[in-house]
Design a protein around this ligand. Structure first.
Ligand code: BES
Ligand code: MN
Ligand code: ZN
Length: 483
């Protein structure tokens, strides 16, 4: 586990033991609250450095100085009026990253703003994240061992730590190679969460879900010998009056494209094709740690998409769990197939308040929105508005694409009910959502999140290490659930 496993809270910087203490400096030369205190305690040490032009508060900047024999990291906070929650989270993450780079094992970070203590804790944890499990010889590897927030609000810090750790937990599953993160491993992770969090767990294996009528998942799984799983986790009591929120996550632990095979270059990245499952398991992990009052079901259909002897083929017609028939025109459009069964299952068994699904569904969303925003599409304007609000509050950007009837027509098949691709080279992300819509029960509010651009591979930042898995979406869902 290469991330911090706890964060303390302290009121007094002098009594806080840490290898490095982190304070903030704004672009206009003004110091953060703790910076001012330390400046006074040290007889104006910071002021003289600032006046001499040795310290600047540009955002992204971080300078190490010595104050009263202690290493102090001065982190740039940019313009005072522009510093928002995101900026605070990123600044805290920068403190962790700088501490790692400079090999300080423990750090103390100013809360910057007491009311944003949760964001500071999230930032410290996310910035401490590294994926080192397979590094056996690298002497440069260095991990943080402890952290303290100075002046933070205790309960908010605790919450931020648990949220941050849930994101890191998902990142570990996502960054792990396909030969480690298999469907069996995802089911194991779900079992651990269920045990620790007091949840109900049901896992159907190949034979069971095939027999139950999940013809789409069965077809995708047929080209691989790795045992597929259909995982259902339930948090909160089914007897609760409250209808559950159902979260569905694409758990393709490796996507080769199947018979419609992908080009070789970059195919390794398809180990990340289970990041939708990562979002669902990350949220369930957070619920297990935070134990809020809520009723949430997490569903993860999980398999590899390979081209073994029994693989499904272009032209095949499948029957999904809701009885609809699907003409397969490309075996690489497999995510929507396994989600078809999962959405049908959710609609039939849970009377959901609403359904959210998360999937690395289309390369097209990367063309449209880059690594910057998740594409969202849905059937319910009020739910969509709540999703957008949660996105604004957590800084995990979403952008809505239209799910108009004209697009929905494009996935109708001549010989089956639907086909698994739309028009060639047109509106691929929308076609994916239009297909999924066919499997969401009548009247159930639903939003689809295409996270193919945001789940991994963006620009490196203090919050996300080495272009690896981001865990994007977890904080947004927790916010939406009011956790
Ligand atoms: N997992 C891929 C989508 C993907 C591609 C995510 C590249 C991230 C980067 C998905 O299963 C897929 O292959 N989609 C196809 C759909 C097409 C065949 C209609 C795609 O996007 O090319
Ligand atoms: Mn694919
Ligand atoms: Zn895929």
């Amino acid at each position: 586990m290469a991330y911090l496993n706890s964060v303390d809270v302290s009121k007094d910087w002098k009594r806080t033991k840490a290898d490095v203490t982190c304070v903030g400096l704004f672009e206009d030369g003004s110091l953060s609250e703790l910076g001012q205190v330390m400046d006074q305690d040290s007889g104006g040490r910071f002021r003289s450095l600032i006046q001499a032009g040795n310290l600047t508060g540009k955002s992204g900047n971080a300078d190490l100085v010595v104050v009263q024999d202690r290493p102090v990291l001065v982190v740039g906070l940019g313009k005072p009026e522009a510093l928002d929650r995101d900026g605070i989270r990123t600044a805290a993450a920068r403190c962790s990253r700088e501490a790692i780079a400079r090999k300080f094992g423990s750090l103390a970070v100013e809360a910057f703003r007491e009311e944003e203590s949760q964001a500071v804790a999230e930032g410290i944890i996310l910035g401490s994240y590294q994926y080192l499990d397979y590094k056996t010889q690298d002497e440069d590897c260095f991990e943080l061992t402890s952290a303290t927030v100075i002046g933070g609000q205790e309960s908010a810090v605790r919450k931020g730590v648990l949220v941050g750790q849930s994101v890191c937990f998902a990142r570990d599953l996502e960054n792990a190679p396909g030969n480690e993160t298999t469907p069996t491993r995802l089911a194991q992770a779900a079992a651990d969460i269920a045990r620790d969090g007091g949840m109900q767990l049901t896992v159907f294996d190949r034979e069971e879900f095939t027999q139950m009528g999940m013809g789409a998942l069965a077809a995708v799984a047929s080209g691989s010998g790795e045992p597929p799983k259909f995982i259902v986790l339930e948090y909160g009591s089914p007897e609760d009056d409250e209808k559950p929120v159902v979260l569905v996550g694409k758990g393709l632990t490796f996507d080769s494209g199947g018979i419609s095979i992908k080009p070789g270059a970059g195919m390794d990245e398809m180990k990340f094709d289970m990041c939708g499952a990562g979002v669902v398991l990350g949220v369930m992990k957070a619920l297990s740690l935070l134990q809020p009052k809520a009723h949430v079901v997490g569903i993860v259909p999980s398999t590899e998409n390979l081209s073994g002897a029994k693989a499904y083929k272009p032209g095949d017609i499948l029957k999904a769990y809701n009885g609809k028939t699907i003409e397969v025109l490309n075996t690489d459009a497999e995510g929507r197939l396994i989600l078809a069964d999962a959405l049908s299952y959710a609609s039939k068994h849970f009377d959901p308040a609403y359904i959210l699904d998360f999937a690395t569904l289309t390369g097209a969303v990367l063309i449209a929105l880059g690594h910057i925003a998740t594409g969202v599409l849905g059937t319910d304007a009020a739910l969509m508005e709540k999703v957008k609000q949660a996105a604004r509050e957590t800084g995990e950007k979403v952008w809505e694409l239209p799910l108009w009837d004209e697009f929905c027509e494009q996935v109708k098949s001549k010989i089956a009910d639907v086909k698994n691709i739309g028009e060639a080279r047109q509106a691929g992300t929308i076609a994916g959502a239009a297909f999924l819509k066919e499997f969401v029960g009548e009247g159930i509010p639903w939003v689809h999140f295409d996270i193919a651009g945001t789940a991994w591979g963006g620009k490196e930042s203090p919050l996300v290490y080495q272009k690896g898995a981001t865990g994007a979406g977890i904080r947004l869902v927790l916010n939406l659930l009011g956790v």
